[in-house]
Design a protein around this ligand. Structure first.
Ligand SMILES: NC(=O)C1=CN([C@@H]2O[C@H](COP(=O)(O)OP(=O)(O)OC[C@H]3O[C@@H](n4cnc5c(N)ncnc54)[C@H](O)[C@@H]3O)[C@@H](O)[C@H]2O)C=CC1
Ligand SMILES: O=C(CO)COP(=O)(O)O
Length: 331
């Protein structure tokens, strides 16, 4: 049987790392890069100097600046920042049967989750979500990791995707819960900003772990309200990614929060960034969706206050002054 041909759309840190993981067994992988000259630089130097300078890339990665070159792919991994997914999909001329969404966020202008954005553009394709605890630089270095691969097309899609995506050190776990997988990735980015603030203010490890646990309760409430399964959020794409991202300055979201906790203004912290801190874009739309669903998300509300310019100390004091309640309370 011939191997499915794979394309990766988006040559930021994560798209580049995914291309590298998939090319690690010598398979050829197409990689679309937006920036002028980046595709040529990747092909000639086997490096992505803009987004992942630490990695040496396989020569079987073929980068291109032309989206039209992705038309021959059987499987496309979509790895743009969440706010650009709709725009890039509109420019794709042809959609393969399998689309794998790898962005972690919610479209701010419409409140749509990524699978809704993709479905609206490509209603004939089966849509899967790949998400989990995966810092790009570690994946690109070939270190082991595991992800949730939630297949909207069910087991038959999994049977197509698993052999194309699994590698010795890159282990996908099957799920059918696309909504749960997307909620995990989108919400953990917002919570990582909050944990960074705790680090920046030097509030200690107890406070950070309280925030992770209470943040997880928010993620669960929101995910279940949208129709996701609790067991998905207990897994790699939920709790697993939350713990990773809330514990390390390798996370752009955690680092953003840390800068805010150290006293930098949101405007300064977000200025002139080539790389994306998705939580800053997701936080307002997540708050609006949660309010619409009647789901309480006090940490998400607090992150919004910070991004709107309130001082980190005031926001933390407000969180700590909330009325006491039962730990397992549903709201
Ligand atoms: N970096 C990581 O470790 C991981 C990132 N992700 C997710 O992957 C997604 C992409 O993140 P990264 O690759 O880290 O991005 P990055 O921060 O490394 O790079 C920014 C990306 O935005 C793209 N971009 C900028 N303007 C654009 C436009 N107008 N249209 C389309 N694309 C545009 C750039 O071409 C580049 O690919 C995000 O949703 C992120 O949450 C998921 C897992 C791990
Ligand atoms: O999603 C990630 C790890 O799983 C990367 O986190 P950041 O986007 O915060 O860097």
């Amino acid at each position: 049987m011939t191997q499915a041909s794979i394309g990766v759309v988006g040559a930021g840190a994560w798209g580049t790392a995914l291309a590298q993981a998939l090319a690690s067994d010598g398979r050829s992988v197409k990689l679309w890069a937006l920036e002028d000259g980046l595709a040529d630089a990747v092909n000639s130097t086997h490096r992505n100097h803009l987004y992942l300078p630490s990695a040496t890339l396989a020569s079987s990665i073929e980068a291109t600046g032309e989206l039209a070159d992705m038309r021959s792919c059987d499987i496309l991994l979509l790895v743009t920042p969440a706010q650009y997914l709709g725009r890039v999909l509109k420019n794709l001329e042809h959609f393969p049967r399998d689309l794998v969404l790898c962005s972690k966020g919610i479209e701010a202008s419409s409140g749509r989750m990524m699978h809704d954005v993709a479905h609206d553009c490509a209603p004939q394709s089966d849509i899967a979500v790949l998400s989990g605890p995966t810092f790009a630089h570690e994946v690109a270095a070939g270190l082991p990791c595991a992800v949730t691969l939630a297949c909207g097309g069910g087991e038959t899609q999994w049977e197509r995707l698993a052999p194309a995506i699994a590698r010795q050190n890159f282990r996908p776990y099957y799920s059918i819960d696309v909504v749960g997988a997307e909620v995990g990735g989108a919400v953990k980015n917002v919570l990582a900003i909050a944990c960074g603030v705790v680090e920046g203010l030097e509030l200690g490890q107890n406070a950070r772990n309280a925030l992770i646990t209470r943040g997880f309760a928010e993620m669960l409430r929101f995910g279940v309200a949208l129709g996701g399964q609790p067991e998905t959020l207990n897994g790699l794409c939920g709790l697993g990614d939350l713990v990773l991202t809330c514990s390390s300055t390798s996370s752009r979201n955690f680092s953003l929060g840390k800068a805010l906790g150290e006293g930098m203004s949101a405007k300064e912290a977000l200025a002139d960034k080539r790389t994306v801190a998705e939580g800053a874009h997701t936080a307002p739309v997540l708050r609006d969706l949660a309010r619409k669903q009647g789901v309480q998300m006090p940490i998400t509300e607090a992150v919004n206050h910070l991004l709107e310019g309130r001082s980190a100390r005031d926001v933390v004091a407000e969180l700590l002054s909330r009325p006491l309640k039962a730990e397992g309370h549903a709201h």
